[in-house]
Design a protein around this ligand. Structure first.
Ligand code: F6R
Length: 624
């Protein structure tokens, strides 16, 4: 979703803000802006631009060198429109009517219409269509009323607000002061040496090159930030809150493309290494050559997890697809009933959640608003919440009772790739460890799956070597306006994921289906123009999938098949084939999804589209 940066200290602020906005651009990107001030500067100066951060940067670069050094306090924002079209007027920061306050905001103020009407009654006028401008005017209303005490005014205003927010506010009268607050939308404060300077971000990405000491604001907390003073935090009810300083550790090299043309391609190629990282210290080969799985989350909550007779997986998008694979893994290995729910539906559905249930929340960002709300609901009903998350220290990681990080490093590309395989790896380890504890898997099966799991990174490398093949064949498909993806069993969620990847970055309509369902409707779409991606690896449903492919073939559909190495039968039926090494059924998705990712990538590149920042998409969906 939108990205926030802020800085207060002695350094020239605009390069810090612009760099931070570039790093956050993956979150949302239809417009951007900064507000600058400083002791040696006059008032608050605002720059905004529609489109990419580069457009804003060009504007800010027109500042004279003197002005650059005079501005030492600032806030910046990259926007993903929720209220009002993408435009300079609607871009953040927003100023109060008198120009005394500037504010950046992530989230949604749900009662903004009502508040706006009240403010209009007090004589306020508005330039934009945004809920954010209402919020800054509301803060200004209290600010003017209470003798210009900014923190108090923010508190008073937020007590009137219904909705989600992460905000940073600055005031013209005191350039040495920023106020930040959050509710259901993340905000991190980075602490410079001896409190001399502070960095603010909607996630830790833009802060880590300056400091590793951070404060994650909690919901309904307001931080009062002044250079050379310790940050003070109060709660919305005005009580003072503890300041918890944490260490954050993000590998900065993960934030650059490392020689690849796009983050997405880099992240696809990182997967063998990411999966190794995800298994490190968890899948352990003992001296006797046998494997064991050590998961601290399982050790601490073993009794509760073993008792569970019902698991509910909640997630969105790609993470939901990983959840569908998790369902098969857990049911097959642990014999526990699993439901997979879209978090957005679950949260409003009055679902049946029993005290002994386990709710597994899967999220790359760890900030998805719907998943977070589903967790809240599950906790209220007494279920144990288990998080499978990539974003270290993220809201979901902190809200869950326990969980496992997937440890695949920051995912910057708009389309999720390495997080998906990381999530499946964690779900596999969790299923194995739980099954072992429950006694629902034999030692032979356990060892066989572990042995095969540790081979997956090398097998992924083999698939990735076919990148050129996928690039070449993608040429034949750029014309298509519709795609069908078919798979069964463990490959059914992969079909869904393949279709989602193609849709989101190449803007080609694509649908994933369980292959056998095709004859119940989608078969009507099949003609010689229609590419059909068939996941036909050698598993127990292989022959069934072949029958489904024959149905396509007899209707002249163009088949691109993903097959197990050495398969000759499918090769004779398909126009194009990509081979993946043989593996166990339950691990197939870790290999079969790679050609799906590469295909979507190359089709989008051939179409000249912005692969890393697909239109309308936000990397971190912090609004419902
Ligand atoms: C797809 C994609 C989205 C996310 C979804 C959930 O490529 O990125 O569908 O998977 O928005 O996000 P997280 O996993 O961060 O909760």
């Amino acid at each position: 979703m939108c990205g926030i940066v802020g800085y207060i200290g002695k350094q020239s602020v605009s390069p810090i803000l612009i760099k931070g906005l570039h790093q956050l651009e993956y979150r949302g990107y239809d417009s951007a802006g900064v507000a600058l001030s400083g002791e040696a500067a006059e008032g608050i100066r605002v720059y905004k631009a529609k489109g990419k951060v580069a457009n804003l940067e060009a504007k800010v670069e027109t500042l004279s060198p003197e002005a650059q050094t005079a501005f030492t306090t600032g806030i910046g924002h990259t926007r993903w429109a929720t209220h009002g079209e993408p435009s300079e007027t609607n871009a953040h920061p927003h100023l109060s009517m008198n120009g005394e306050l500037a504010l950046v905001h992530n989230g949604i103020i749900e009662n903004y219409q009502l508040l706006k009407e009240q403010l209009v009654g007090y004589g306020y006028t508005f330039k934009s269509q945004t809920d954010t401008e209402v919020l800054v005017q509301l803060i200004d209303y209290f600010y003017q009323k209470n003798g210009k005490q900014l923190t108090k005014a923010v508190n008073q205003a937020l007590n009137k607000v219904i909705g989600a927010y992460a905000i940073v506010v600055m005031e013209r009268e005191n350039p040495n002061h920023l106020v930040a607050a959050r509710k259901a939308s993340p905000l991190v404060i980075g602490i410079g040496e001896q409190n001399a300077e502070f960095f603010i971000g909607s996630d830790a990405t833009p802060l880590v090159e300056y400091t590793h000491k951070v404060i994650y604001l909690e919901d309904e907390q307001i931080a009062d930030i002044r250079p050379s003073e310790a940050v003070e935090i109060i709660n919305l009810d005005e009580s003072s809150a503890n300041v918890n300083i944490k260490d954050v550790d993000i590998d900065i090299s993960a934030l650059s493309k490392g020689g690849f043309p796009h983050f997405m391609l880099k992240e696809i190629f990182e997967q063998p290494h990411c999966i190794e990282n995800s298994m490190r210290g968890r899948v352990i080969r003992r001296e006797d050559g046998l494997y064991e799985i050590k998961l601290s989350a399982l050790a601490h909550f073993k009794a509760k997890l073993i008792r569970a007779r019902h698991v509910i997986i909640v997630a969105c998008g790609t993470s939901w697809h990983a959840g569908l694979i998790g369902k098969q893994l857990i049911e097959e290995m642990c014999r526990i009933r699993v439901e997979v729910e879209y978090a957005s539906e679950f949260r409003y559905r009055n679902p049946v959640i029993e005290k002994d249930d386990v709710v597994i929340a899967i999220s790359q960002s760890g900030e998805t608003a719907d998943t977070l709300a589903a967790i809240q609901l599950a906790k209220e009903q007494g279920a144990l919440v288990f998080g499978i998350v990539n974003g270290v220290g993220s809201s979901i990681a902190r809200a869950a009772d326990t969980g496992i990080y997937i440890h695949v490093g920051p995912e910057i590309g708009g389309a999720s790739t390495k997080a998906f395989t990381g999530q499946i790896t964690v779900l596999t380890m969790l299923s194995l460890a739980l099954a072992n504890a429950l006694g629902t898997i034999s030692e032979e099966q356990f060892q066989e799956i572990c042995r095969e799991l540790v081979e997956i990174p090398a097998k992924m490398e083999v698939v990735l070597k076919q990148n050129d093949t996928v690039e070449r064949l993608s040429n034949r498909f750029t014309y298509a306006r519709n795609f069908l993806y078919l798979g069964r069993g463990y490959n059914y969620p992969v079909a869904l994921e393949g279709a989602l990847k193609l849709k989101e970055i190449s803007y080609i309509h694509a649908e994933g289906y369980p292959a056998a369902e095709m004859k119940h409707g989608p078969i009507a779409l099949v003609d010689k123009e229609m590419p059909i991606v068939c996941l036909a690896t050698r598993d127990q449903l292989y022959h069934k999938v072949i029958s489904n492919m024959q149905e396509v073939q007899s209707r002249n559909g163009r088949i691109l098949a993903i097959v197990t190495e050495g398969d000759e039968q499918v090769k004779r039926m398909a126009q194009e084939v990509v081979e993946v090494p043989a593996t166990l059924n339950c691990l197939t998705p870790l290999l079969s999804v790679l050609p799906m990712q590469l295909l979507a990538y190359h089709v989008a590149v051939k179409k000249g589209l912005n692969v890393d920042m697909p239109r309308n998409l936000a990397k971190s969906v912090t609004v419902e």
